[in-house]
Design a protein around this ligand. Structure first.
Ligand code: GDP
Ligand code: MG
Length: 274
């Protein structure tokens, strides 16, 4: 079986950290999935691996860089799956929304993958301009609000727009609910949210419009909502850095399944997305 997984996410949504932690677990055999042969090219994640082993947070992925990270994995039932995860700078995703242009690498990735994993870091989402905070008076007719750039799209609208663009390039028929593409919404950096809620409920409270768009356009059978903390905690204290240096990066990270169950094996995210 040759499955191609497309991980989509804006800059700083934990893509590189996830792929690196995913690989480390596979390599240390601390997972349900295993590698059925060695990985030929580790260069897409080599910088991040080194940083995490030292207890440091990895730097951003080079903007020009766009490569595939190939993982030959096997489930414990013996099913072999070849995963190709594009490893790219998240700015490319921002460019797609801003310019409405999708280059060939991206069009190919969209067309050849029926399993999309959408990474959303809720803490990095900016709030849309809220008309209720506008203050206009006779003395001061200028709008006062949180945002000075009222014409830019809110992050929530951008995410919807992005999904629409991807569906368009996939050749999606808008009259039907999508039952062909499996969409897994992953709320990343879950540790930052300090919550016991289920992933879908959090999405409902934080990005209701996006959730509405997704559930109206997708068949329920092809949808999943998962929480992910690939790091488990930020590496901004000496104590946390030391945990990584002593126990190894692969000892950390967890996912929250749809029913709220927590598991330390982040490779299960891929099983959920298949
Ligand atoms: N607290 C916390 N921070 C994270 C987590 N995953 C990534 N980060 C941090 O967020 C930043 C961006 O992560 P990165 O994987 O490079 O994002 P990418 O741009 O999507 O590849 C880095 O500084 C990471 O250390 C997480 O699970 N929890
Ligand atoms: Mg990256």
């Amino acid at each position: 079986m040759n499955k191609q997984l497309l991980i989509i996410g804006r800059p700083r949504s934990s893509k590189t950290v996830f792929l690196t932690q995913f690989y480390s677990r596979l390599q240390k055999k601390k997972s349900k999935l295993i590698l059925y042969k060695t990985v030929d090219d580790l260069s897409p994640i080599s910088g991040a691996r080194e940083a995490l082993a030292n207890g440091d947070e990895p730097g951003p992925t080079n903007t020009q860089k766009s490569e595939y990270f190939y993982l030959p994995i096997q489930t414990n039932e013996g099913v072999q799956i070849d995963l190709r995860c594009p490893e790219y700078a998240g700015e490319q995703v921002n460019n797609i929304v801003e310019t409405r242009e999708v280059d060939k690498t991206w069009t190919d990735a969209i067309r050849t993958s029926d399993n999309w994993i959408f990474f959303i870091r809720l803490n990095g989402i900016n709030h849309s301009f809220d008309i209720s905070v506008m203050e206009i008076s006779k003395e001061n007719p200028i709008i006062k609000g949180e945002s000075t750039d009222n014409n830019s799209l809110s992050d929530q609208s951008s995410l919807i727009e992005l999904l629409q663009l991807l569906l368009h390039h996939k050749g999606y028929n808008y009259h039907l609910r999508n039952a062909k593409i499996k969409l897994t919404i992953v709320l990343t950096c879950w540790d930052e949210l300090n919550t016991n809620d289920k992933p879908k409920d959090i999405l409902q409270s934080r990005l209701p419009l996006l959730l509405n768009f997704i559930v109206t356009n997708w068949d329920n059978k092809c949808l999943k909502f998962i929480g992910l903390s690939a790091l488990e905690f930020p590496l901004n204290t000496v104590e946390n850095k030391e945990k990584y240096q002593i126990e190894g990066p692969e000892s950390f990270g967890y996912i929250i399944k749809e029913d709220g169950e927590k598991t330390n094996d982040i490779t299960e995210l891929i099983l959920e997305a298949l």
